[in-house]
Design a protein around this ligand. Structure first.
Ligand SMILES: Cc1cc2nc3c(=O)[nH]c(=O)nc-3n(C[C@H](O)[C@H](O)[C@H](O)COP(=O)(O)OP(=O)(O)OC[C@H]3O[C@@H](n4cnc5c(N)ncnc54)[C@H](O)[C@@H]3O)c2cc1C
Ligand code: FES
Length: 291
């Protein structure tokens, strides 16, 4: 197999957004030409690596590049965040998933939690470009974990920032800010929420009490991204769906969140072991580099 840098997916740029969050510009001309808001890619760092789904945050069809924002949570995302400009990914497959159906609703709320804000950003821009008034809320546990605040501000009519610990913006959860937002803007017709599953469920429950529907993007376990492996199956309105080909966005009211949260925890023990082994290898490699 041709394994030259040209046949792979080189990292053209890397920026550290927070201690555990990095932004990458990666050469992937085919994906850059075809990408629409809501699409994701499945990447592999090397030929034996695991396949992980990541949302395409932006694309530049002229340069042939895409932007990914990655939070280091386990084995593969930690190894990716340790990669540098000039290194290359072995595979970038996509664009996958259905693009967000961008309709004109009037006013919408876009609620991002943690790195979910990176996934929400292209959707918020597309909704704004379609003539919607976008009211955004971005939240995180602490100030360091807020991403794309400025970019979200630029595509929104209003933006509220929350941190759980009060280190920045309003102290509290995104649902606290959403309560105020829905009071101030009863014209909001739809809420888009992307973040941890428990956050999306809480946002959807709150909006439903006000008679407002919520669209969520489901972060399921994924393997092939083509509807063949069944890894991403979710129950929606009592029926089995596959997040990779039927989603990843769904109306929250139909999602069986309890089942999905339990499924996402199925491999925790194995993920922990893989993470520990990978952290040891990364520490050894950085020790050798500094010698
Ligand atoms: C459609 C889609 C788009 C995504 N877009 C992005 C993105 O733009 N940026 C980004 O940083 N992440 C994104 N994710 C999540 C990302 O795929 C996972 O964080 C990654 O697969 C974890 O791999 P790992 O080997 O590093 O960690 P693992 O060892 O697999 O997991 C480590 C920890 O992360 C949790 N975890 C694993 N998979 C997920 C998941 N899918 N969602 C939430 N937590 C998970 C595990 O429960 C565990 O606690 C997306 C997921 C999906 C399904
Ligand atoms: S990831 Fe395999 S069916 Fe969706």
């Amino acid at each position: 197999m041709d394994d030259t840098l040209e046949s792979r997916f080189p990292i053209l740029g890397k920026w550290t957004l927070a201690p555990s969050i990095a932004r990458f510009r990666i050469r992937a001309p085919f994906v850059a030409r075809k990408h629409k808001a809501g699409n994701f890619v499945i990447v592999r760092l090397d030929e034996t690596g695991e396949r992980i789904p990541l949302t395409v945050v932006e694309s530049d069809p002229i340069e042939g590049s895409i932007t990914l924002i990655v939070q280091a949570v386990g084995k593969t995302t930690k190894a990716l965040c340790a990669m540098q400009v000039g290194e290359a990914l072995s595979d970038v497959v996509g664009p996958l998933g259905n693009p967000t159906p961008v309709e004109r609703h009037g006013a919408v709320a876009c609620v991002g939690g943690g790195v979910g804000t990176a996934e929400l950003f292209p959707i918020a821009c597309a909704l704004r470009d379609a003539g919607n008034t976008v009211h955004a809320i971005v939240g995180a546990r602490t100030r360091d974990l807020i991403v794309l605040e400025q970019e979200m501000r630029e595509c929104s009519a209003t933006l509220a920032v929350t941190t759980d610990d009060g280190s920045y913006g309003r102290k509290g959860l995104v649902t606290d800010a959403l309560t105020s937002l829905l009071d101030e803007h009863p014209e909001i017709a739809v809420v888009y929420a992307i973040g941890p599953l428990v956050m999306m469920r809480a946002v959807a429950d709150l909006a439903a009490k006000r008679g407002v529907k919520t669209i969520v993007s489901l972060n399921t376990i994924m393997i092939d991204g083509t509807g063949m492996c069944g890894g991403c199956r979710v129950t929606i309105d009592g029926k089995t769906k596959f997040a990779c080909v039927d989603g990843p966005e769904f109306e929250a009211a139909g999602v069986d969140f309890d089942e999905l949260i339990a499924r996402n925890r199925s491999y925790l023990d194995m993920e922990r072991i893989a993470d520990e082994r990978c952290s040891c290898k990364l520490a050894a490699a950085s020790g050798e580099r500094s010698r």
